[in-house]
Design a protein around this ligand. Structure first.
Ligand SMILES: Cc1cc2nc3c(=O)[nH]c(=O)nc-3n(C[C@H](O)[C@H](O)[C@H](O)COP(=O)(O)O)c2cc1C
Length: 409
């Protein structure tokens, strides 16, 4: 018997008829999971084949044509459960900072130069002693199994195939070791220190054992932001038995929180004494803290407001960038994330002094929509846009993208 989860003759059935076959199959799979009594958490199950319903496309041409990352966002919104969509796209309070991050890029315009040889483009960047193929890095995003059963492993495999650096979250579902082993990725590890430093030490040990050379310390999370959309889901995720937090397996005593409201600048010296990784501070949004990052010996910083998920009413990250770049004055790399959706956004951030950029939601839209393949599509789109924009603007390599290329309106 074929399982059909569309409503016979109903409006939903009409809508389904017009859908791409792959999308239809994915919706049917997810409806089936709901039908057997599982909500978004059911996405932790391995992909299952329903009779008469393929869960992965047989031929590449069956995958819809995604023109930009917003097409992936749309598809992920059709196939993911509501809880997962809210958790992924939600922000703090009224999500004004989420919007500000995106909108601020529209207040910056590009000053293109002409008659420059752009027949060959190099997107390479040097970062922490390594040459990266391109400056587009996957931000740490927790609980990726909530978006797709293969979670962080799918993202890491895509990052290897498409040559992007990936940062694994402390609260990944697969452990950093599983991700490194299964994808062969050269990962960076994002750290949420717990109040129990013995637990934090073990997290660092696990990351180093998995080959991580860079520790990204998130400094904007003394407590979790007021996420009215997706907030209760996060609490459920943290306590979920199904979506376990792989890195904490067997080391987190009952009742120990995964954030530390008592954290101060002394953590940098403590990290130096307890690991050999480079230390990058993620969440710096002011000149004053950039100066302290230098004083306390950080190896790099990421200008970030956690994608607008922590404190509402922060400035957009691209608006914070210039004062921080000025303060750092080339002494350590300055990265940025938040609201980057287009190649032109990446170009503008690099022009304003970022060494590289990180992206969060865009690659997760790809993950939610199509698993590894969707992440690959998201990365291809963003890198493809960047290369074309560099050609159109007249900058043949990343170092040639200077401050003169942009103007604020
Ligand atoms: C669903 C979700 C989960 C996240 N989890 C983490 C995390 O575990 N650790 C962290 O430092 N940042 C986390 N972030 C913040 C991202 O690393 C990044 O700062 C943000 O997504 C960038 O903004 P963008 O989504 O607009 O690109 C998360 C963001 C999202 C959307």
């Amino acid at each position: 018997m074929l399982l059909d989860f569309s409503l016979p003759g109903g409006p939903e059935n009409k809508k389904m008829e017009n859908l791409d076959p792959y999308l239809k199959a994915e919706i049917q799979r997810r409806k089936f999971l709901e039908w057997i009594g599982l909500s978004s958490l059911a996405l932790t199950l391995p992909a299952i084949s329903l009779p008469g319903c393929t869960t992965s496309p047989d031929k590449a041409e069956e995958i819809p044509d995604f023109k930009n990352v917003f097409d992936l966002e749309e598809m992920s919104g059709k196939v993911m459960g509501k809880d997962a969509i809210d958790y992924l796209n939600g922000g703090a309070d009224d999500s004004k900072t989420v919007k500000a991050n995106v909108e601020a890029y529209q207040r910056i315009q590009i000053r293109a130069r002409r008659l420059i040889d752009v027949s060959t483009i190099s997107t390479k960047v040097e970062l922490f002693g390594k040459t990266l193929d391109n400056p587009i890095i996957l931000s740490p995003v927790g609980f990726q199994k909530f978006f797709h059963p293969e979670g962080e492993i799918a993202s890491a495999k895509a990052s290897v195939k498409k040559k992007h650096q990936m940062i694994v979250s402390s609260v990944s579902n697969y452990s950093v070791n599983e991700i490194a082993t299964q994808s062969q990725a050269d990962l960076w590890f994002q750290l949420y220190p717990t109040t129990n430093r013995e637990v934090t030490k073990k997290l660092l040990e696990r990351a180093e054992k998995a080959g991580c050379k860079v520790c990204v310390l998130t400094v904007d999370t003394p407590v979790i932001g007021n996420r009215e959309r997706g907030g209760t889901t996060l609490t459920k995720l943290i306590n979920s038995k199904e979506l376990k937090m792989g890195n904490y397996e067997g080391i987190l005593p009952e009742g120990t929180g995964i954030d530390d409201p008592g954290l101060t600048w002394e953590i940098i010296a403590w990290l130096r004494a307890n690991c050999n990784m480079k230390i990058v501070l993620k969440g710096i949004v002011t000149r004053e803290d950039a100066a302290l990052a230098l004083e306390y010996g950080a190896d790099g910083i990421i200008v970030s407001n956690h994608g607008g998920r922590q404190l509402e009413s922060l400035r957009s990250t691209i608006d914070c960038l210039p004062e921080i770049v000025e303060e750092i004055d080339g002494k350590i790399p300055v990265l940025i994330d938040g609201g980057i959706r287009r190649g032109t956004d990446i170009f503008k951030a690099l022009a304003l002094g970022a060494t590289a950029v990180c992206i969060g939601r865009p690659f997760c839209w790809g993950l939610g929509a199509l698993g590894q393949e969707g992440v690959e599509i998201a990365l291809d789109i963003l890198k493809g846009e960047l290369v074309r924009d560099m050609q159109l603007a007249g900058a043949a390599s990343i170092e040639k993208i200077t401050r003169d290329f942009v103007i604020r309106i």
